[in-house]
Design a protein around this ligand. Structure first.
Ligand code: NAD
Length: 326
């Protein structure tokens, strides 16, 4: 099988590349503009893949790719909610226009199968209960609105052009190689440097956490067994208030609550995300395998053990924040 993996140099995409190569018999081409992603995320598999550095929103990049892919797995996106508030345009370009150009490439070159990697944030916020895939889309940030647009564009290519595309919508991921603009790696590196960590509002916002390995297993199942035009929620079942998670991180690092600084809440901050992922269980045989306790402990340890990676990734996150705020 010959795969095109967009955003394969990022946090989740690079793990999916590793899992795909480990399963054997796969030829992998990664298309990534190395904005949030980096070569360092793929260092251990660099000799086994081809990396095309380019922007999914630029039509010319597809000429470099040629034809003949059996499947596309689409991770490439601008992903940080805070950056989507300070600089929304980049999110519209990469996530909406970029997905549009990718879909056109797939249609032109008759790629038989596509998997679009999306997020639970497209459903908005929910006080009680959990979203099934039939809930209406009600995104509330430029990030989630751009991802919802990409989902709808993808579904339109199923009904209009008969393409074989499925969508996965996942909860918050954690694990190694995540850019330290996101909560867990950011907090670990701040705590390690002796600083305090910023908790939005009163820390009561709830997220459902899933280890990146489980997410990638869910994506693989959806790619192999999913039906055209069908959406699959991929959940983890560990719902935690941000303050609870912060306390767990402090405990894992042997630190106390004096290291928390409460900061003004994010505008439009979604209160709670919660997914009903029973469709993926029923139709794909998906079950998360990594317990939150062991996954969090190994993740914290990974960041502590990779100071060079963290230092380089912090610079990348800093540069992105500067570019998009200007
Ligand atoms: P990430 O920022 O680490 O990875 C995104 C990758 O896409 C990066 O390597 C970046 O360089 C690349 N990219 C961005 N814009 C591009 C463009 N215009 N052209 C080419 N490459 C581009 O983020 P991630 O957390 O790995 O997210 C991957 C996907 O998973 C995204 O589509 C995201 O919406 C989705 N997702 C993430 C989470 C999460 O908790 N991290 C949860 C659910 C869904």
């Amino acid at each position: 099988m010959r795969y095109l993996i967009t955003g394969g140099a990022g946090f989740i995409g690079s793990q999916f590349v590793r899992q795909t190569l480990a399963s054997g018999g796969a030829e992998v081409v990664v298309l990534d503009n190395l904005s949030a992603g980096s070569r360092a995320n793929l260092a251990d598999v660099a000799s086994q893949i081809s990396l095309v550095v380019g922007d999914i929103a630029e039509r010319a990049v597809y000429e470099q790719l040629g034809t003949g892919f059996d499947a596309i797995v689409h991770f490439a996106a601008e992903t940080h909610v805070d950056r989507s508030i300070t600089g929304p345009s980049a999110f519209v370009v990469s996530n909406v226009l970029g997905t549009g150009e990718l879909l056109e490439y797939a249609r032109r070159t008759a790629v038989p199968r596509l998997l679009m990697v999306s997020t639970d944030e497209v459903y908005g916020t929910i006080d009680e209960g959990s979203w099934t895939e039939d809930f209406p889309l009600a995104p509330r940030s430029p990030y989630s609105a751009s991802k919802a647009s990409a989902d709808l564009l993808s579904l339109s290519y199923v009904s209009t052009f008969g393409m074989d595309i499925s969508i996965t919508r996942c909860t918050n991921n954690y694990g190694p190689y995540q850019l330290p603009e996101k909560l867990i790696p950011h907090f670990v590196s701040e705590l390690k440097a002796g600083r305090t960590v910023p908790v939005y509002g009163d820390g009561s916002n709830i997220r459902d956490w899933l280890h990146v390995d489980d997410h990638c297993r869910g994506i693989r199942l959806a790619l192999d067994k999913g039906k055209a035009g069908r959406v699959y929620n991929i959940g983890g079942g560990t719902e935690l208030a941000n303050l609870e998670l912060t306390r767990m991180l402090l405990a894992a690092m042997g630190l106390g609550e004096e290291r928390i600084t409460y900061v003004t809440d994010r505008p439009g901050h979604d209160k709670r995300y919660s997914l009903d992922w029973s469709r993926a269980q029923r139709e794909l045989g998906y079950e998360p395998q990594v317990s939150f306790e062991s996954g969090l402990a190994s993740t914290v340890q990974w960041y502590l053990d990779h100071p060079e990676w963290v230092a380089e990734a912090r610079e990348r996150a800093h540069a992105l924040a500067g570019q998009q705020a200007s």
